[in-house]
Ligand binder design. Structure first.
Ligand code: NAD
Length: 422
């Protein structure tokens, strides 16, 4: 069986996920039956639900929860609120979660969900009602042993508090383990908020070591200034790197000598965007991606680096804080240009790893210190990085293919051991 690239469309996230899957499945030598079983998701739930708006009118929202796999444990994955949320996108992102959890060697399958909406057009009260009604709709599928939710694009610890509260009301008792990334006061974990970025920075440290790059003074650009992007920029600056550019959906800013990340954050809190931050020049998202930096960290949304702009990417290390920011078509171009890629399921796997720590603390009624959590996170990230790097060198393959081969191999083995029912 050969990989047929022509079947797929680069602008479709699900096609990118399928092509990445095919490349790794081919290398692994998976049988056609196993390929089909692992490529397609296990369960898909689509919901349409009414929400009363502040002006008294009723609006119907569309939401999804896709459980790609539960072979290695409960499904696990975030929920996002975004106008581009659709079933195909959720399928792709749920599969990525399966591979990510397997790569991190966590006892989870993978899931993703979301509501198609623009949260900027909703009041806090409307957002709460959307969250609670969506939770109520998907409640039969979720739970600490079934499917555990987490924050993603445009959702945060408050969203998780509402999900947990709604689910707990339905059950009649408090169930902290149905979500991770919740506030500390109701069972959240120290270190979770920054964990995705912290894990990414641990992986960048390892990539810098094998690439012979000194992080002190290294030039860094970060796309996206949300939960992942802000902390990635902050942590890189704390390591002595020069974060020369950051951006969000409206645009970006740059300063050759390095931005004051905290000042940019204050500006964003005051104005809603990093655009126009003091002592910095304006820059577009496209320009940011093409800057001649040592390290580029996309932390926004998928499909940002494609075959169109990959020939102009000049970073030495590209660490995918976001899910799916680079298409497989761009991967080939980046590999030719010797850009060292830290693929999403590795680079942002620290988020779900810390979520796992939170879930373990919840189920065992334990509280770990932030130092303990960061130490554990460092060891999981470092081990995963080395496994992927060694396989990629040994086989002469992309870091992404190596990461997927390790992850898919573990899922295939779980499925083989469990067998086919009945
Ligand atoms: P967020 O909503 O907190 O932040 C997203 C940021 O991206 C915002 O600054 C937004 O303005 C910006 N953005 C959105 N569209 C953009 C565009 N077209 N161009 C440039 N910037 C744009 O979300 P987040 O939680 O930081 O997630 C970011 C990425 O990281 C997503 O791909 C998500 O799936 C992935 N991720 C998040 C976590 C987590 O723990 N939050 C874990 C793993 C992966």
């Amino acid at each position: 069986m050969t990989v047929d690239r022509e079947r797929y469309n680069e602008s479709r996230l699900l096609d990118a996920a399928y092509l990445q899957f095919d490349i790794a499945a081919e290398k692994l030598g998976l049988s056609p039956g196993f390929r089909e079983l692992m490529k397609s998701g296990q369960r898909e739930f689509t919901v349409r639900f009414p929400v009363r708006m502040d002006d008294g009118s009723i609006r119907i929202f569309l939401g999804f929860r896709v459980q790609h796999s539960i072979s290695r444990g409960p499904a696990k994955g975030g929920i996002r609120f975004h106008p581009a949320v659709d079933l195909d996108g959720m399928r792709a992102l749920a599969a990525l979660m399966t591979w990510k959890c397997a790569l991190m060697n966590l006892p989870y399958g993978g899931a993703k969900g979301g509501v198609c909406c623009d949260p900027r057009g909703l009041s806090p009260a409307e957002l709460e009602r959307v969250t609670r009604r969506f939770t109520w709709e998907i409640a039969p599928l979720i739970g600490p042993d079934q499917d555990i939710l987490a924050p993603d694009v445009n959702t945060d610890s408050s969203t998780m508090a509402w999900v947990m509260d709604t689910y707990s009301i339905l059950k009649g008792y408090t169930v902290p383990g149905v979500v991770t990334g919740k506030p500390l006061e109701i069972g959240g974990s120290l270190g979770r908020e920054a964990a995705t970025a912290q894990g990414c920075v641990f992986a960048i440290r390892e990539a810098a070591i094998v690439s012979g790059l000194d992080l002190e003074g290294a030039a860094v650009a970060v796309q996206g200034f949300g939960k992942v992007g802000f902390h990635a920029a902050r942590l890189m600056a704390e390591l002595g790197a020069r974060v020369i550019a950051v951006s969000d959906s409206r645009g970006g800013v740059m300063a050759e000598a390095g931005l004051d990340i905290h000042a940019v954050r204050v500006h964003k809190q005051e104005t809603g965007s990093v655009e126009g931050a003091p002592e910095a020049l304006p820059i577009t998202n496209q320009e940011l991606l093409e800057l001649p930096v040592d390290i580029l960290i996309p932390c926004a949304i998928e499909g940002q680096i494609t075959s169109r702009n990959a020939p102009r990417i000049r970073a030495r290390i590209l660490a995918e804080g976001a899910n799916g920011p680079t298409t497989p078509w761009a991967d080939d171009i980046l590999a030719e240009r010797r850009v060292f890629l830290v693929p999403d399921i590795l680079a942002n796997g620290g988020g779900v790893t810390a979520s796992y720590f939170e879930w373990v603390q919840n189920t065992q009624k334990l509280f770990w210190s932030e130092e303990d959590i960061n130490k554990k996170l460092d060891s999981v990230m470092t081990r995963a990085f080395r496994e992927v790097y060694e396989l990629s060198r040994r086989e002469g393959i992309h870091m992404r293919t190596a990461a997927l081969m390790l992850a898919m191999g573990r899922v295939a083995e779980a499925k083989r051991l469990r067998g086919v029912f009945p």
